[in-house]
Design a protein around this ligand. Sequence first.
Ligand code: ATP
Ligand code: MG
Length: 183
Amino acid sequence: MHIIEIILEGFKSYPVRTSISNLDPQFNAITGLNGSGKSNIIDAICFVLGISSLSNVRVTSLQELIYKQGNAGVTKASVTLVFDNSNKRLSPPSLQGEDKVVISRAIYDNKSRYTLNGKVETADKIKQLFMQISLNVNNPHFLVMQGRIAQIVTMRSDAILSLIEEASGTSLYENRKLASLKL
Ligand code: ATP
Ligand code: MG
């Protein structure tokens, strides 16, 4: 599965429906002036892929992800990722029959809602789907965000350990161990 189109509507600095299409399966670059909304596009992708911490998309509440300027009156935001799913070897078992997969995440009333191919889905179901294709946006390998390198070199050792645990996949077992100890 790879992204072929990103559609932003009311998300951060994109008040009206904006489509970024014809993405290359291997390599894409976003260019533009400072403050023109390049990182906001990356934030939008991370938002759909289920980033666990809002600070990683540079906000403190879902509401802040909605376009806000003067009295623009934008009250909801959505981001849609269109995936090419024609390579069945890399596609989740439940979606083998689909050549295209469309996943949207919308925000309204400070809540978020996912749809998969137009049908409302739980965040858990979407998370499982991405896990099935080993796409974990919360893995520190996944993205090196702006300012991240400087942050890592000044990190405390326990923070570096949890980074390594997330990257190697052992945090899953660590969380299960903690949950079982609580029983
Ligand atoms: P740089 O080259 O400096 O990294 P960039 O192209 O990555 O810049 P972004 O960080 O994507 O820029 O965009 C920053 C702009 O997005 C700022 O002008 C900010 O005001 C605007 N912005 C962020 N959130 C919102 C929002 N909710 N509503 C309107 N504008 C927003
Ligand atoms: Mg940027």
